[in-house]
Write a protein that binds this ligand. Structure first.
Ligand code: COA
Length: 397
């Protein structure tokens, strides 16, 4: 197997985009990614479109996006792994390159959520739990699912609603520094505490929003990457695992087991010790679809011991300069969460971080040249953990 590197990145503004169609959003990101890589449509040999869909009209988004972006007749496919569809798209593109089937591939994640109403979206995402057992019988929605994780966590470790709020405050702060973010305003703990309950203990400011947007990356083989750029960002390792849809089959609500498995797989490929993992990375992107999810992610990734994730948030240790900077782009919470765009957006952000292209206010110190993305689909239905590096061959022990 060869190596695959990100050589071009693109990102649309996240938010509500009533004036843009799905393919137009995708093109905004694709055009930037092609320009950044210094390639044209003719150089792309494989197109992967991450799109969960349902809320928007196009049923064959890969074809519509490919046509609008001038990429037909390049071979294409659409991938779906719920909120981790973007990481799945990256995996498919990277695998095509690593296997030698393509020299250059393009992965784009795109979503036009606001074509549907809030209630339609809440229903569609709710059906993405376990429709038969949980949605049809109990009407569980995603804020409801993560509220169960939050209540279990708060009960077990005596964490408070204010601890969850600390995650929202951090992520809104960084989103206010990110022109591509859905929300551009800073908030306080009091703002979070005063916001309306969506599913106790989660309030409006504990939730990621419904967002339109797209992100794209050009992925190249080692040989092509060296021709195209001096700073290829290597997709060094990826772990993937799948959980149960049915919550009654899970052992506890304090961790997302597939995320732990995916992290272990990825860490093993690089020789990273899970209990010390924060020491290896300069920066992380984690899946904060709800504030509790970011806290559990700290623990699932081994940044901190079990039951200590909320203290990491409370003590500000995941800001720039802290123990491990997390979501310096605003995260899903405040940058926004256009479902399938999210995983690709994480790859774009970590590429910028490793290239040191962000403004100083939200640029991590890059000393180790290693970054990690944690992207969850559903409530741990799918888990992808991806390690990006400046050094293609980096390996510990
Ligand atoms: N965080 C902060 N502000 C939010 C917000 C959020 N998550 N969602 C909406 N808002 C703001 C809007 O910008 C708007 O502000 P304005 O009045 O200043 O314009 C206001 O709150 C009302 O917006 P509205 O769109 O009417 O909210 P809503 O009640 O329709 O939607 C939720 C709120 C929480 C139901 C919706 O954001 C949601 O479903 N989030 C979860 C999405 C999800 O499950 N994703 C998958 C996760 S795995």
């Amino acid at each position: 197997m060869g190596h695959a590197a990100i050589v071009g990145i693109g990102h649309s503004r996240f938010g509500r985009a009533p004036d843009k169609q799905l393919h137009e959003l995708a093109w905004q990101a694709i055009r930037q990614a092609l320009q950044d890589a210094g390639v044209t449509q003719r150089d792309i040999q494989f197109l992967v479109v991450g799109n969960a869909g349902g809320w928007s009209s196009e049923l064959l988004p890969a074809v519509v996006v490919g046509e609008y972006a001038g990429l037909t007749p390049v071979g294409s496919m659409r991938v779906e792994a719920a909120c981790a569809s973007g990481s799945a798209a990256l995996r498919a593109a990277a695998t095509a390159v690593e296997s030698g089937k393509a020299d250059i591939a393009l992965a784009v994640g795109v979503e036009k959520m606001t074509e549907s109403t809030t209630m339609q979206i809440v229903e569609m995402i709710g059906r993405a739990g376990s429709f038969f057992w949980e949605f049809e019988h109990f009407g569980l929605t995603f804020p409801g699912y993560y509220a169960m994780y939050a209540t279990a966590y708060m009960h077990e470790y005596r964490a408070k609603e204010e601890d969850l709020a600390a995650v929202a405050v951090k992520n809104h702060y960084y989103a206010s520094l990110n022109p591509y973010a859905h929300f551009q305003k800073q908030i306080t703990i009091e703002d979070v505490m005063k916001s309306r309950y969506v599913a106790w203990p989660l309030k409006l400011y504990d939730c990621s929003p419904q967002t339109d947007g797209a992100a794209a990356v050009v992925v190249a083989s080692e040989e092509m990457a060296k021709k195209l750029t001096d700073t290829p960002i290597w997709i060094r390792a990826q772990g993937v695992a799948t959980g149960t849809a049915n919550l009654s089959k899970r052992d506890n609500f304090l961790s997302l087991e597939p995320a732990v498995l995916a992290a272990e797989q990825a860490y093993k490929q690089v020789g990273i010790e899970r209990s010390q993992s924060y020491k290896y990375f300069d920066v992380a992107e984690v899946h904060d679809c709800f504030t509790i999810a970011e806290i559990i992610a700290y623990e699932d990734l081994g940044f901190v011991e079990r039951g200590q994730g909320y203290a990491l948030a409370r003590e500000g240790e995941t800001y720039k300069g802290g123990r491990i900077p997390v979501n310096l782009d605003g995260g899903l919470k405040a940058k926004g969460h256009p479902i399938a765009a999210t995983g690709v957006s994480m790859a774009v952000e970590l590429t910028k971080q490793l290239r040191q292209q962000n403004p100083e206010s939200r640029q991590a110190d890059i000393k180790k040249g290693l970054a990690v993305a944690h992207n969850i689909g559903g409530t741990g239905h799918y888990a992808y953990v991806t390690i990006f590096s400046l050094n293609k061959d980096v390996r510990f022990t």
